[in-house]
Design a protein around this ligand. Structure first.
Ligand SMILES: [Zn+2]
Length: 233
């Protein structure tokens, strides 16, 4: 259900939850309200109206700020790992940097004087390391299932693509940011790039191979593109 409140388009999702929750999501500032199943629409509208000023400020920020400045690696920010949201807690240390997941917290230990760029680089390499581990497990599985085997693979931080394939070199690249998405997204992208080894274009032959090996690939693709893009410098 979508409602319009003070010029703001709001997507309402009724769920089995106790409290209302409002979110403004990147990249375009889509506004979503999650509300308990039995909550009346008037109550939801009133709630959104009281938050209209805040919503407009958030949307403004999202639309006008460059991506890099959105994340400062400070406590309270959120971070996604394999589709699960964690709240960042920054601690200061003098030894090696670390990032540990514990409950719903992601505890990032860095030097107090470290810059945003240094923190970003560390977190990115952390994502890369967990992604690599998962690729080592998942890629052979799909190579076995399909008989499509690549000669080499590499991870790469990309903004616009989840993966790419160099057919000549039989090499695939996988986006570091896949480590933020639910694990089925990685499976889908790996299969997609493997299929490119025998079919360059997204034509019927390509699609029928996808259908054969992963009948649910369309849903996964949709989920991948729907998931919040977690900005990272
Ligand atoms: Zn493709």
């Amino acid at each position: 259900m979508t409602i319009m409140v003070s010029d703001i388009l709001v997507e309402v999702c009724k769920k089995n939850i106790k409290n209302m929750h409002l979110s403004v999501k990147p990249p375009n500032g889509k506004v979503t309200v999650s509300a308990p199943l039995n909550m009346r629409d008037e109550t939801i509208e009133r709630f959104v109206r009281t938050k209209a000023g805040w919503i407009k400020r958030q949307v403004e920020k999202l639309v006008t700020q460059p991506r890099q400045s959105m994340r400062e690696y400070l406590s309270g920010e959120t971070l996604y790992v394999w589709g699960t949201q964690y709240f960042l807690r920054v601690e200061y240390g003098t030894g090696k940097n670390s990032l540990l997941l514990s409950g719903d917290k992601a505890v990032l230990t860095v030097r107090e004087k470290s810059t945003v760029v240094q923190r970003a680089r560390f977190v990115r390499e952390w994502y890369r390391s967990i992604l690599k581990k998962e690729i080592e497990r998942v890629l052979p599985k799909w190579e076995d299932r399909t008989g499509l085997v690549c000669d080499a693979w590499q991870t790469k931080y990309m903004i616009t693509r989840w993966g790419t394939c160099n057919i000549k070199k039989r090499k695939i690249w996988l986006n570091v940011q896949l480590a933020k998405k639910t694990p089925d997204c990685l499976e889908y992208v790996i299969l997609h790039e493997l299929v490119h080894l025998v079919e360059k274009h997204h034509n019927n032959a390509f699609i029928s191979l996808m259908d054969k090996y992963m009948p649910y690939w369309r849903e996964t693709k949709r989920a991948l593109n729907d998931q919040i893009l977690d900005f990272m410098a």
